[in-house]
Unconditional design. Structure first.
Length: 102
């Protein structure tokens, strides 16, 4: 009987886990949709419009930022967020590749 050798790239696995974790939460998806609708948006506008607490919004944005799905740019005392469409596209393609695998 042959043993199957599987090489796991732990760095890519960690990155994939981070992205899927970020996408798995309904509130983070709502925040992503809101940012997508507005292009680049101030964090204050996000939590005021979506009627969220500032701390909860910041926690979710941190998860999205660490996963690479959003970009954050500081402008004075304000933080502006936009979607990293390259990372989103790569994530969608990776999921498609996984689902199409035999």
């Amino acid at each position: 009987m042959r043993k199957t050798v599987t090489n796991i790239n732990h760095e890519k696995l960690d990155e994939s886990t981070s992205i899927l974790r970020a996408l798995a939460h309904p509130l983070r998806m709502k925040i992503l949709q809101f940012i997508d609708k507005h292009g680049t948006i101030n964090v204050n506008k996000i939590y005021n419009t979506l009627k969220l607490e500032q701390s909860i919004t910041s926690q979710h944005l941190k998860v999205l930022r660490l996963s690479g799905l959003v970009k954050a740019i500081k402008d004075g005392k304000y933080m502006h967020y936009s979607i990293n469409y390259d990372k989103v596209g790569q994530s969608i393609q990776a999921i498609r590749n996984f689902l199409d695998e035999d």
